[in-house]
Design a protein around this ligand. Structure first.
Ligand code: GLP
Length: 245
């Protein structure tokens, strides 16, 4: 794992955007798996700025939504759908033919997971998987548990996860999560995980201890050969970070 500590959230976002653009230049129809939440917002803004300069760069780029809050209408301001449409898809003019996504309000959530898995296996594997780190160590909605799930699945959301700012912005409480599974993530050609802010200090330290455990789902990223982890100073605090490859 390549670990880089950046001065600020801005620097982290600049570097993340540069890495994504590098991948895109190498593969014009790159399939980007997009996380939501506070951490990647500025990165998406920077990609949108780049689109303003060079729209053609993004003509073939594809996006898959990493996860979704279940039980909310698709248009709810708290959904990952709303987040991605407003911050990534509309700004980069990515139309629905280049976007794979969980519905937030499926009539049959199990069937929705099967549908998503089918779409991902046609379009995948993911080229670049952009992840944030949950306060409890989750990636997507792969929540800490005694075992993890390889494919798309319905997640039982932990109390910590339900305290997320996206839930506060929603008009109702999600009742479950829908997420890509651990194998979907680990089959990505490269993974970029962003960790930002002092609230992530403790979980970042545990993650970087290299102990691989389902109690900290992000720790499975240590099993992947091509992961870049960017932390800002607030998340890294002052502790020594092992320079592990
Ligand atoms: C939520 C999202 C994840 C995100 C995580 C971290 O659970 N569904 O995709 O990575 O929170 O969010 P934040 O970046 O706001 O800390």
């Amino acid at each position: 794992m390549e670990i880089n500590i950046l001065e600020s959230h801005e620097d982290l976002s600049q570097q993340a955007a540069a890495i994504i653009l590098r991948q895109l230049d190498a593969k014009k129809d790159m399939l980007l798996c997009a996380a939501t939440g506070n951490t990647p917002s500025r990165t998406y803004e920077l990609l949108a700025q780049e689109y303003g300069q060079q729209p053609k760069r993004f003509t073939d780029m594809q996006v898959v939504k990493l996860d979704e809050w279940g039980g909310l209408p698709m248009t709810d301001a708290g959904t990952c759908e709303h987040y991605l449409r407003t911050r990534l898809l509309a700004p980069l003019s990515i139309n629905d033919s280049r976007y794979i996504s969980f519905r937030s309000d499926p009539a049959d959530p199990q069937e929705e997971c099967r549908r998503m898995q089918g779409q991902l296996s046609e379009a995948g594997p993911i080229d670049c998987c952009l992840l944030g780190l949950g306060l409890n160590g989750h990636i997507g909605f792969n929540e800490p548990a005694s075992f993890l799930q390889p494919g798309c699945h319905i997640a039982r959301l932990s109390t910590t996860t339900l305290l997320h700012t996206m839930v506060a912005a929603a008009n109702r409480q999600p009742t479950y999560g829908l997420t890509l599974g651990m194998a979907d993530i680990l089959q990505a050609r490269m993974i970029l995980i962003l960790i930002s802010g002092s609230s992530k200090k403790d979980i970042a330290r545990e993650f970087l201890s290299r102990r691989v455990t389902p109690e900290l789902p992000a720790s499975f990223l240590w099993l992947h050969a091509n992961v870049i982890c960017l932390l800002d100073h607030q998340a890294a605090d002052s502790w020594d970070i092992p320079n592990n490859k």
